[in-house]
Write a protein of this length. Structure first.
Length: 384
């Protein structure tokens, strides 16, 4: 019981704190505008482009890119990679996934087809098809290991966690005054209950897709070992936890300057408490000099983000007819410029990196709470 309480109370507090802050930040309504409307809709125009903030953020992201490309400049020793596993044939589900992906990609972008109303439901089968494709690639490159082949229960649980976890982010998005919103969610062709069901099924794809990318990146020996021997960094769990609480409280008062907090704040809370409880998490191995788990999960989420944004963009350009109820847009302050085949601004893609680690931390936290297996790789040791 003590272990359960130790895991639960920080997350409950992370949900309650923004509500407490909103009571004072919005004295008339005690809630941010648009709160509770699901799927979230447009709230208000954020501050426009700011060159100083744009340049500062761009310089930070360039530094991160250099860190990823040249880790030896930052104290990493690049080891000799292990031998590559002998490839096997693609599994049958790879071809099934490829067919689903190509068909529903075409359907979602084409919009007017002989298949009628099926186009409204294209998003989720497109993404589950892509998940099967990624899993099949992992299976081939690893010599016969993949989540679907070896840990199907873990893959299914990740879909359930994905549904729960994305609701958590939608909740925080209300307090950030809509970093993203869904302009097509009120389309008259579909009832509100149908739209809600479409969103719930779509939410199941987020965690599985990121985890498949992580396992795929780990099939490249040079990449899997690239960040395994670096500086030993021990993160203070208590500082992360209480710093995260502070951030998610003050973001309610300053939603635009602190728009980035909705990723960093919860990440600090989940990771901080996992560290405090001695539960393995992506930052545990950093204390041993192995940055690989955290960085490869970050990269996997960012690579997957390119597909999220590309397929989303193509489903609504040109804008007529409107057939994708899951389509989203962004209201990111200060840097919402340079859109390359995406609603996501160019500098926004790196936001996927902390999101990937956060998604994993939530998965590990729920695994510790409910006792399910959270290991993803063939060679993973028991991570408690």
């Amino acid at each position: 019981m003590h272990r359960v309480c130790g895991l639960v109370w920080p997350i409950v507090l992370s949900i309650v704190l923004p509500l407490v802050a909103a009571w004072f930040a919005y004295p008339e309504t005690h809630l941010p505008p648009g709160f509770g409307i699901f799927p979230p809709l447009f709230v208000d125009n954020p501050p426009g482009f700011n060159l100083v903030i744009f340049v500062a953020l761009a310089l930070i992201e360039v530094a991160i890119i250099f860190f990823l490309l040249f880790p030896e400049w930052f104290g990493f020793n690049i080891p000799t990679p292990p031998p590559k596993p002998t490839a096997v044939s693609f599994p049958v589900w790879f071809w099934i996934g490829a067919a689903l992906t190509l068909f529903f990609w075409w359907l979602m972008w084409k919009r007017i087809t002989p298949f009628g109303d099926l186009v409204y439901y294209a998003f989720t089968p497109l993404w589950w098809g892509f998940i099967l494709v990624l899993d099949g690639l992992v299976y081939r490159r690893s010599g016969g290991y993949s989540l679907l082949a070896a840990r199907p229960k873990t893959l299914i649980i990740s879909a359930v966690v994905s549904l729960i976890g994305w609701f958590y982010f939608e909740y925080f998005d209300y307090f950030a005054l809509g970093n993203w919103y869904y302009p097509n969610s009120t389309m008259p062709e579909l009832s509100h209950s149908t739209v809600v069901l479409l969103y719930l099924t779509a939410y199941t794809t987020v965690w599985p897709a990121i985890f498949e990318w992580y396992t795929l990146l780990n099939t490249f020996p040079c990449l899997a070992s690239r960040y395994s021997n670096g500086p030993k960094v021990t993160l203070p769990g208590g500082l992360l936890l209480w710093g995260g609480f502070f951030l998610i409280f003050v973001v309610v008062f300053f939603p635009y300057p602190l728009f980035w907090v909705m990723w960093i704040g919860p990440l600090a809370i989940f990771s901080g408490q996992l560290i405090r409880k001695g539960i393995w998490n992506p930052f545990t191995t950093m204390a041993e000099g192995n940055w690989g788990p955290a960085l490869l999960m970050s990269l996997g989420a960012m690579f997957n983000g390119f597909f999220w944004e590309l397929w989303n963009w193509g489903s609504a350009h040109p804008a007529q007819p409107v057939t994708n109820p899951n389509y989203w847009m962004y209201d990111i302050p200060y840097v919402n410029v340079i859109h390359i085949f995406a609603e996501m601004p160019l500098l926004g893609y790196m936001g996927y990196m902390p999101f990937g680690i956060l998604a994993w931390a939530i998965f590990i936290w729920l695994g510790a709470l409910f006792g399910f297996d959270t290991k993803l790789l063939k060679g993973d040791l028991d991570k408690g």
